[in-house]
Design a protein around this ligand. Structure first.
Ligand SMILES: *Cc1c(COP(=O)(O)O)cnc(C)c1O
Length: 388
């Protein structure tokens, strides 16, 4: 078999190490590993299996379909799904023991009737909007949601596992105001006689910034993948290890004369007689076209700017007098502690955040997983490449 031209190496041992790091930084709180959006592009099933082997307390996804895919793969850890389609009936989710985030009384009533139909008790996490204005009940509507939940819990239709909310990460002042509102919403629920096991509010950034807001559980996404949730701090500042390395290989090398135009629109023209290396990664793989002329990659270890226009399937690097061969490795990004370019550098060059870069990597990249699915079995050979 030919080896793939485009590889996303996923280091599952790094994910496990990042989980341990975040556990140490959130002493005692349970950890929900957020694996939505295909584990931020890292491969949801493989990441979830490893997190389960590391005894993660919960898994978090946006859609019920993602939770069902995890159950279908044999993942038994509690899973929370919080973003629901209009008219969602919740039956399959309840049958599969998926915990449901609930923002409205309509959702709660659908969940309760599905649970009654199935003869089960649905597990819900009530979400209050403390100031992000995304999903969650407005504070104005919170007392009613709590009252309805209280009634349905007494009837045995639902069990309120947790109360939760999400920060806007706008400023410390805004976040602290949200923490305060969350505490108020919790007090209101208690006063209404509602029973719940947990409170959870913070994601990676809040977990690192606000020890007073860890509550019983923290929801950790980006930090598990070894990336910093902040643009003014690197992953290394927190001892996090990036889990994704995006690699390709030079597939053609060509000697060009001075003054030749390179790729669409001649964003780049050769200044002198030079070597051009062709790399088979394009915007179809998620490499932003806007990185043209800005981002750097490493060709056989040497950093070069992608001077010319990134196309759908490929880009060309003017490597100057570097003696590049077909098959030489090209690293788009990886672990800066190994001297590789960081995801953050690519994000900065394209005016976005590291989250978006790793999440959008796909197309014809093939994932290769390193590290075992179970702890203690590290340093196994990479598994078979998994196409998207
Ligand atoms: C995505 C998400 C998270 C995880 O956020 P990170 O910043 O990646 O840690 C946590 N909670 C909710 C509600 C989310 O949507």
């Amino acid at each position: 078999m030919n080896k793939p031209m485009r590889v996303l190496e996923i280091n599952l041992d790094a994910v496990a190490a990042n989980l341990a790091t975040m556990r140490a930084r959130t002493s005692g709180a349970k950890v929900m590993g957020v694996v939505k959006a295909d584990a931020y592009g890292h491969g949801m099933i493989e990441v979830a299996r490893r997190l389960e082997a590391e005894s993660v307390d919960f898994l978090g996804v946006a859609d019920i379909a993602e939770a069902l895919a995890l159950r279908a793969a044999g993942v038994g850890t509690p899973i929370l799904a919080w973003l629901h389609a209009p008219g969602e009936t919740f039956e399959t989710a309840i049958e599969a023991d998926v915990d449901l985030g609930v923002a409205t009384t309509e959702q709660l009533e659908s969940i309760a009737s599905a649970a009654a139909e199935l003869g089960k008790t649905a597990r819900v996490h009530l979400k209050v909007d403390t100031g992000l204005s995304r999903n969650g009940a407005h504070l104005r509507d919170w007392p009613e949601l709590v009252a309805v939940a209280h009634e349905l819990a007494l009837l045995g239709r639902i069990k309120v596992v947790a109360l939760f909310s999400h920060l806007s990460s706008t400023s410390a002042e805004d976040d602290l105001a949200q923490i305060q509102r969350f505490n108020g919403a919790v007090e209101l629920a208690k006063a209404a006689g509602l029973h719940f096991e947990m409170r959870h509010l913070v994601a990676s950034d809040g977990a690192l910034n606000y020890a007073q807001a860890h509550f019983e559980m923290v929801r950790i996404g980006v930090a598990l993948y070894g990336l910093s949730p902040f643009t003014d701090h690197s992953s290394g500042d927190y001892g996090l290890v990036p889990a994704m390395t995006a690699k390709s290989f030079v597939v053609q090398v060509k000697r060009a004369e001075a003054g030749e135009g390179v790729s669409y629109g001649y964003l780049h023209r050769t200044a002198e007689s030079t070597n051009l290396a062709l790399v088979p990664v394009g915007y179809a793989e998620g490499l932003p076209r806007s990185a043209s002329g800005k981002a750097q990659v490493q060709v056989a270890g040497q950093p070069h700017t992608i001077q010319s226009r990134i196309a759908m399937d490929q880009f060309v690097i003017d490597v100057g007098q570097q003696n590049v061969q077909i098959g030489d490795e090209v690293v788009l990004f990886g672990d800066p502690s190994k001297g590789q370019i960081s995801v953050d550098a690519l994000a900065q060059a394209t005016d976005t955040i590291n989250y978006e870069i790793v999440t959008r990597m796909g197309g014809r990249f093939v994932r290769e997983f390193f590290g075992s699915a179970t702890p203690g079995g590290a340093h196994e050979l990479p598994g078979p490449g998994v196409a998207f």
